[in-house]
Unconditional design. Structure first.
Length: 382
């Protein structure tokens, strides 16, 4: 079960149309997939979606020497070894590198034991998880105009909840959510993601105009570390506030929880420390009786990791079409998510795989069309 090789695949593609949010238009999507290869032939996968190049450099220079020759069963000792080399960088690219490795180690060890990841972590509470469509995105020159058509398409494929991007202006936000609510009806789930786009005054105005639409949450209306601003928003709105995808440490989440800033936690396994970091944050959220929902907007690796993690979450009643937890599905044309099919059942849920690890059995040659660079480091195991 020792690690004999670690490889990194830098992947990139351009969306068919730029994906707009309150801050920018995404014209190119870059990722790093990390593969942990064991001496017994099992390969575990991890992902970096936000800062792949910086994380990859840190991984090669600092983490790989700690990991080669180590046993994948030593998940907690290895996590602590990696955490101890972070020095000052507790929330950035170095933490993302650890996240990818931790994901891959868990995947590899579960495969060695021939059990699903959720079973390795103690056993799933549920064998399927309610999924929501993460989209539509703001379009250049069109704003929100095409949202109704796109959302109708999502619901035809089986989704019962949707999270469009918002943040053009408070007035436009209010009109947009009211139009969508009228389209999908009162029983469907509706959330919005503002992607850190407003000041506190702008966010207050936007939330006030969206209150009557029955939103399950508003995601990241402010900059990610503005705990004081989030607390002020939470005090003046009836809409639950969610966030945390950009927070990398347990201490960062503690700061928000101590001031009652979040109603829903959304750690991203590729940012917060992988499987180990996510589970720590989930436990912290449970102490405040808050739901934890994994954020996932990348490749099939994080999508499957998030599905397994969501299967472990306790049931919380949030008032929508299904109980929490939910799982996020990128509904844009993402070829790195389409590496494995994500098929909704009649209730709008994704089934948990019973295959070992993440259930991917991903092969490097499947990535060839999107690989821009590649590296591998090995060791001799006696």
């Amino acid at each position: 079960m020792k690690i004999k090789k670690i490889s990194g695949f830098y992947l990139s593609f351009k969306p068919e149309k730029p994906l707009g949010n309150a801050q920018t238009f995404i014209r190119k999507r870059d990722f790093l997939l990390v593969a942990i290869h064991t001496e017994c032939g099992k390969t575990g996968w991890g992902e970096v979606f936000n800062s792949p190049f910086a994380a990859g450099a840190f991984l090669k220079e600092k983490l790989v020497p700690l990991l080669l020759g180590q046993n994948v069963s030593d998940r907690i000792p290895l996590f602590e070894k990696m955490r101890n080399v972070l020095a000052y960088d507790r929330r950035g690219a170095a933490r993302m590198a650890i996240s990818a490795v931790d994901m891959a180690i868990h995947d590899a060890y579960a495969q060695v034991l021939e059990i699903p990841l959720a079973e390795l972590l103690g056993g799933a509470i549920r064998d399927r998880v309610f999924a929501y469509a993460s989209g539509p995105f703001i379009q250049e020159d069109f704003g929100y105009k095409d949202y109704p058509k796109q959302i109708e398409g999502y619901f035809k494929t089986g989704f019962r909840a949707v999270k469009p991007r918002a943040g053009l202006s408070p007035v436009e936000d209010g009109k947009m959510v009211q139009e969508i609510r009228a389209l999908i009806g009162d029983e469907a789930g509706l959330m919005v993601d503002i992607n850190q786009g407003y000041t506190i005054a702008g966010a207050m105005d936007s939330l006030r105009r969206m209150e009557e639409a029955g939103l399950l949450w508003v995601e990241e209306p402010l900059q990610p570390e503005d705990s004081t601003g989030y607390r002020r928003l939470a005090e003046i709105t009836r809409i639950p506030i969610s966030g945390g995808e950009a927070l990398g440490s347990l201490a960062a989440f503690r700061e928000f929880l101590q001031v009652n800033a979040f109603s829903i936690l959304q750690p991203d396994p590729t940012v917060c420390g992988g499987v180990t970091g996510y589970r720590q944050i989930s436990a912290l959220g449970a102490a405040y009786d808050l739901p934890t929902i994994p954020h996932s907007f990348g490749t099939i690796v994080n999508a499957m990791t998030s599905l397994h993690l969501a299967s472990l979450e306790p049931t919380r009643r949030g008032g929508g079409p299904a109980n929490f937890p939910f799982v996020e599905v990128d509904v844009t044309n993402n070829p790195l998510l389409a590496l494995r099919p994500l098929k909704l059942d009649n209730d709008g849920c994704l089934a948990l795989s019973s295959a070992p690890g993440l259930g991917l059995d991903l092969r490097p040659e499947e990535l060839e069309d999107w690989v821009t660079d590649y590296w591998e480091l090995t060791c001799n195991i006696s």
